[in-house]
Design a protein around this ligand. Structure first.
Ligand code: GDP
Length: 479
């Protein structure tokens, strides 16, 4: 009886507060993914579609006509930059160029007013939900495992990784510098800088499109945010190490900076941002990894495991005790599905399902419900078929970005072109075994031209299954 009484009281309080306009719950939605996964495009498209009445039939509040209004409000955290929504819309819609990608953390408050689906709640007027969207680089999440590693372990792992087949060649320059460093010699700032620069260049090379590797900590080396050039980033793993670091030695300096990085950069970020999230979407550019080959796919799976581990309050997560809220839903979304004909979407979904299923198992993630989707936040192509030598091929048609290439063919940025993207393997397991990439041909297309109505109103941005993503992430909170 007591608990029934409590529940009824809470329901009444909530309803009364809502009627008086006093109480608007908020939901903190984290948006992450490695660099160029599609975070900026996703947030821009999500907000644009909600504000401008986009076509979202799989999003229940829209389908059932209960979404009354969505609008931006000043974001409540003064210490976090605002997501540059207006600039990004201008780029996408007016200039038809892709907006500037995420380089740091930013935030945006979107407020949604809706009619509740429940008759009881409707008696108290419209519901209102503040959605605080937090955009941050996935690279920063990959730093969490560092908290459990001392400098020696970090160095040993980085050294071992650099000897793998995909990495050894690009690691050569950093290794040449590192291998020549005597860990006992006096600390030398100029040498530290040369070493750190070479290590950063090596990580960047691993990340480049041809290799598309994912697990490359420390995260701020690739995405420094506001820490560019800071001494906390002027360190690197050492390939030679003494049993004890002599005070004043190179090893002692590197070790101290590594520890400073963890305590001054990694911990505050997790504490201030990650532990306050309610929901999370992790965007994954699976197509680029598939294109780069099986090592990139295996690496993506590793990164995904590490990322999901961050959201698991539990033994291996040093932030367990700090979680103010519990993330109860995580969506892993394969982006840029518009590069493929819809006949291949199911295969892309099977691939992402497989990666996530293994990552969830390895991360022993429990308590949160994890879902997957293959989507395009902005659909830059339409579908067609072409007949070649009597064979009908499914193609995608779009306007390639100026200078994009397939083989020797260079595209002009103003002309529509049909591209046959190739087939994804029907068995996702093949991607991890194959020696070569799947041989897809993806051409980056310009954002679509938006149609205008007779009244001159621009229609909302087209997408693929953005509404499905919204339903999973927000639907229940707008019921
Ligand atoms: P971020 O680094 O995660 O913020 O990545 P962005 O959102 O800036 O996306 C990186 C690039 O991926 C963009 O410049 C586009 O070229 C491409 N992209 C992202 N989302 C989509 C999409 O939905 N469709 C298509 N065709 N391309 C996309």
């Amino acid at each position: 009886l007591t608990s029934l009484g409590d529940e009824a009281r809470i329901a009444l309080d909530t309803a009364a507060g809502r009627a008086a306009g006093l109480f608007s719950p908020n939901l903190r939605l984290g948006v992450t993914g490695l660099s160029r996964a599609g975070k900026t495009v996703f947030i821009t498209a999500l907000v644009h579609n909600l504000i401008h009445g986009g076509r979202l039939p799989l999003f229940d509040p829209v389908r059932s006509g209960r979404l009354a209004r969505a609008y931006l409000e000043p974001q409540p955290d003064d210490s976090v930059p605002r997501f540059a929504y207006e600039d990004h819309v201008r780029a996408l819609v007016d200039e038809r160029i892709w907006p500037e990608s995420t380089r740091s953390i930013s935030q945006l408050r979107l407020t949604v007013e809706y009619e509740s689906a429940s008759g009881w709640n409707r008696m108290f007027g419209r519901g209102r939900l503040h959605i605080d969207i937090v955009d941050y680089p996935g690279e920063w999440l990959l730093d969490l495992p560092l908290l459990g590693k001392d400098f020696r372990t970090f160095s040993a792992e980085a050294t071992e990784q650099s000897e793998s087949a995909v990495r050894s060649e690009v690691a050569r320059q950093w290794r040449a510098i590192a291998d020549a460093i005597d860990p006992d010699a006096d600390a030398d700032e100029a040498q530290a800088e040369t070493l750190a620069r070479a290590f950063r260049a090596y990580l960047a090379e691993c990340r480049a499109a041809s290799r598309s590797l994912s697990t490359l900590p420390p995260g701020r080396f690739l995405m420094p945010g506001d820490m560019e050039g800071s001494p906390a980033l002027t360190f690197a793993p050492l390939t030679r190490m003494s049993d004890r670091a002599r005070s004043g030695s190179m090893q002692a300096l590197m070790q101290r900076r590594y520890e400073a990085y963890k305590s001054l950069v990694v911990k505050p970020f997790f504490r201030a941002h990650i532990t306050r999230l309610d929901r999370q979407i992790v965007l994954v550019d699976a197509l680029s990894a598939i294109n780069a080959g099986h090592e990139a796919v295996a690496d993506l799976e590793r990164a995904l495991t590490e990322i999901l581990t961050c959201f698991r309050p539990g033994r291996n997560n040093p932030f367990s005790a700090l979680f103010q809220r519990r993330i109860d839903r995580i969506l892993v979304a394969a982006t840029k599905a518009d590069h493929l004909h819809h006949e291949s979407h199911r295969r892309l979904e099977a691939i992402i399902d497989r990666l996530v299923e293994r990552a969830v198992r390895k991360a022993s993630l429990s308590g949160a419900s994890v879902n997957t989707v293959a989507m395009a936040a902005v659909r830059a192509t339409r579908e067609a078929t072409v007949t070649e030598d009597g064979e009908t091929l499914p193609v995608v048609v779009g306007t390639p970005i100026d200078g994009e290439k397939i083989g020797d063919e260079v595209f002009d940025g103003n002309k529509e072109t049909a591209v046959f993207p190739g087939d994804l393997p029907d068995d996702p397991g093949k991607l991890l075994e194959a020696r070569e990439g799947a041989g897809q041909r993806f051409v980056r297309m310009r954002p679509p031209r938006l149609e205008r109505t007779a009244e001159g109103m621009t229609l909302s941005l087209p997408h693929i299954r953005l509404d499905k993503a919204l339903q999973f992430l927000l639907g229940d909170r707008l019921a």
